[in-house]
Design a protein around this ligand. Structure first.
Ligand code: GLN
Ligand code: ZN
Length: 776
């Protein structure tokens, strides 16, 4: 091992990589569309990495002490590991060169698919909004170090005079997040591949040591997640065996194991027992571990006290207190870091000229958080006195936050405090069904869509022009009404039964509501990576939430005025609004959920009063907010389901409540879906060929269900035969009187050509199955 450079006193676990102006997104997409060359893209990326390193030094991190994380990725950090360790699925074998290496174009192909070759599946990264690509492994998967990006980036930094710290998804987490490849035995457990994978990581250690890297960071967040297939015990055993080999590597950098997104708890002992040189623990979601009887004399604890996953300014005094307690653990050293990578927060508040000045003093984005880390490290080293002024500043800001107008609103609190069980309940489901059948008078297997129709360039242009002040609001709204009229006419022509207005006026299904509710603020440049080149700009929920005025009613009313068929009202549910925003951290999530629930309830009731007979409240994020610790599930499911029920339970017996969830692996949340108590639930089902229906029935779900009959994620037009086959499968496992026919999800990302053709086939297939049913 090289001379032991101590773990840096101040560090961050990872940094945003999309660029403060989303330069990486632009460069990648421009390359994809053939408008710029591969060299342009790699040059932009290198420049971004250089800018990040020098900026982090300006913010106070050390230039040559391994405090700067080397955490760049062209698309995704898990895909980076797949490429580096030669774990590309067989269907992409033709993309590899003789030594098994994937070039950058090939890397993008694995991420995005090509022709018949489906891309890797994408799924949520822990409890964040970031999506990673899922490795596909089988009993025969082999690994070796073929990619050189980690060492290349370290060397690139070194050439500029930096000594940085490569950040790599750890071997245990890599396997724990993998799925069985097609053709692998159904019960195949990817963790059994550990002995095959670890030698590839050993090669990486040797390569990095050769290059002179003093530290490497292996991210092992699987250790904090109790929702994985592998049990905590299995993961701890895997850690013990993997790191025994890694630490025995003769020539290697020092290793830091990072465990972001939650407390390590009982796994702390197992990690410490490996003898790894540093452990980065999350002290925002988790608390200080119990180190009784654990020898930490050779271990640095990197205390993750600054929240990498939310945007609130830290109370430095409280954080110092935690750090001081951490010093009592008996570790070789305590250093300061973030709880997670900062990839989940925007770059800087400096880019937010329009954000309320007072609100800004309560916030901290990646740059500001880096400064907080540096300040705390100084306080820890030199004593509180050295940072007294900054500690006072943070306390003053947070005191002002507590008493600022809008943060704690008496009427809002009174309304949530007055809630009783009846506010969450509706009439018996059978009674509702009968009343709704009379009112809506629908054919069997009613056809509908999930809400949005294509967001055309014309719509986006009109919105942008309106935002720039070039198109007056009157003109913009007229354009939206024209769009709605076309969407209604199209659905009439296609013969759909329950229509939608198409959501043309919505920039985004959460931001639209956040902009109209009190208690939320929007940023101008607060982009965070969602997946690949896709970025979102989450709103900031900073205060008590209420609805100053109706939000969707005039659009729904206008749409309904154009047709005799029912038009579904369309809202985003409380949990999804919360999941896709930065939520306040000073009240329980349940309180915020109920506040949003009440605001939506008023909207639902107004839609009903305007004559809307069916109202859909989307909750696609219900599953993603599921806490990583099992002991927190019951409470979460109680408040999340409760807030949905609160928003929908104020309607008449004959108003039909729909919900939509866009995934098909329900597992832990299947009972919750039943408990939502919606009259109709639409779900993704085409890719899994209706597999979910018997599962739903087993869970006791017995109300209306709309399993998606075609996948909207690709522009392919499903044939009548295909859709008919899926519907025939569906009527086998669900009472046909409960069944609806609809696509898997909203159509906003699709073009009109494929949308019209697909919906035409959907209606034709449904009519055919109806005829079979009436004969039977
Ligand atoms: N109503 C939304 C739409 O159709 C639902 C989108 C979603 O589930 N993500 O776009
Ligand atoms: Zn969906």
């Amino acid at each position: 091992m090289s001379t032991a450079l101590p773990f840096p006193r101040a560090s961050v676990l990872g940094y945003p990589r999309i660029g403060n102006q989303r330069q990486l997104k632009r460069a990648v997409e421009s390359y994809w569309s053939g408008k710029s060359s591969l060299e342009d893209l790699t040059e932009t990326a290198a420049q971004l990495r250089r800018d990040t390193r020098s900026r982090l030094v300006e913010l106070g991190l050390g230039k040559d002490d391994a405090s700067i994380p080397e955490s760049f990725s062209f698309y995704d950090q898990v895909l980076d590991a797949i490429a580096a360790f030669g774990a590309v699925p067989a269907r992409f074998a033709s993309l590899l060169d003789d030594s098994g290496r994937l070039d950058l174009p090939g890397y993008f192909t694995v991420a995005r698919g090509k022709g018949e070759d489906a891309p890797l599946e994408m799924t949520k990264w822990f409890d964040t909004n970031y999506h990673y690509l899922v490795p596909e492994l089988g009993p025969d998967s082999a690994f070796s170090l073929v990619g050189t990006q980690y060492v290349d980036q370290f060397n690139e930094a070194k050439a500029d005079g930096f000594v940085t710290r490569p950040v790599v998804v750890g071997p245990v987490t890599f396997l724990a997040l993998s799925k069985a490849a097609e053709g692998a035995p159904a019960n195949f457990n990817p963790l059994t591949l550990l002995p095959a994978l670890v030698p590839a990581y050993v090669s990486l250690l040797e390569q990095l040591a050769e290059a002179g890297a003093p530290w490497v960071q292996f991210d092992e967040p699987a250790l904090v997640n109790e929702n994985l297939v592998a049990s905590g015990q299995e993961l701890r055993e895997a850690v013990a065996s993997a790191y025994e080999t890694l630490l025995a590597t003769a020539n290697r950098p020092q290793i830091a194991i990072a465990a972001p997104y939650g407390g390590l708890e009982e796994s702390f002992a197992a990690v410490a027992a490996t003898g790894v040189e540093a452990i980065a623990i999350d002290l925002v979601k988790g608390s200080l571990p119990d180190a009784t009887g654990i020898d930490l004399s050779g271990t640095t604890i990197a205390a993750g006290v600054i929240d990498g996953h939310n945007i609130w300014r830290a109370n430095l005094s409280d954080k110092l207190a935690i750090l001081e307690r951490a010093e009592g653990l008996g570790a070789a050293a305590v250093t300061v870091t973030t709880s997670t990578s900062l990839q989940h927060v925007p770059y800087t508040l400096d880019a937010e000229a329009k954000l309320d000045a007072e609100l800004k003093t309560w916030l901290s984005f990646a740059e500001e958080k880096t400064r907080e880390v540096v300040t705390l490290a100084r306080g820890l080293a030199e004593g509180r006195g050295a940072i007294e002024e900054l500690v006072t500043d943070s306390r003053t800001a947070l005191d002002r936050r507590e008493s600022a107008p809008g943060v704690n609103v008496a009427e809002v609190r009174a309304a949530t405090a007055a809630l009783t069980a009846t506010d969450f309940d509706r009439e018996d489901a059978e009674e509702r069904r009968a009343a709704q059948a009379t009112r809506l008078n629908l054919p069997p297997l009613p056809t509908t869509t999930i809400g949005s129709f294509p967001q055309t360039t014309a719509i986006r242009k009109a919105r942008a022009a309106n935002a720039r002040g070039e198109l007056a609001t009157e003109g913009y709204e007229q354009a939206m009404r024209d769009e709605i009229a076309q969407v209604i006419a199209l659905q009439e022509e296609l013969g759909l039964d329950v229509l939608v207005h198409g959501e043309a006026e919505r920039n985004d299904m959460v931001q639209y509501f956040a902009e109209l509710l009190d208690g939320f603020a929007a940023t101008e440049n607060g982009w965070v990576q969602s997946y690949g080149s896709r970025c979102t700009r989450p709103s900031i929920q900073w205060g008590d939430v209420s609805r100053p005025a109706p939000m969707t009613v005039r659009w729904a009313e206008f749409a309904q005025s154009l047709t005799r068929k029912p038009v579904k009202g369309m809202l985003t549910g409380p949990v999804t609004i919360m999941a896709w925003s930065f939520v306040r951290d000073d009240v329980p999530l349940r309180e915020t959920a109920n506040q949003i629930g009440l605001a939506l309830r008023a909207e639902v009731n107004d839609l009903e009063a305007a004559g809307i007979a069916a109202i859909q409240v989307d909750e696609p994020a219900l599953r993603e907010l599921l806490p990583l610790k099992k002991r927190d599930h019951a409470d979460y499911l109680d408040w999340s389901v409760g807030s949905f029920r609160l928003s929908t339970a104020g309607v008449r017996v004959d108003t039909q409540i729909h919900t939509h969830l866009c995934y098909s692996e329900f597992g832990e949340v299947i009972d919750a879906i039943d408990n939502l108590n919606a009259d109709v639930t639409s779900i993704e089902a085409a890719r899994s060929r209706m597999e979910i229906l018997p599962e739903l029935a087993d869970a006791g779900y017995s109300r209306g269900v709309g399993p998606g009959v075609y996948d909207i994620h690709s522009p392919r037009v499903p044939s009548v035969g295909e859709i008919q086959e899926l519907l025939e499968l569906a009527v086998k496992s669900v009472d046909p009187t409960l069944l609806w026919s609809n696509p898997d999800c909203g159509l906003k990302t699709r073009g009109y050509d494929e949308t019209v053709a697909s919906l035409r086939n959907l209606v034709e297939a449904t009519v055919a199955v109806r005829a079979q049913q009436s004969e039977a």
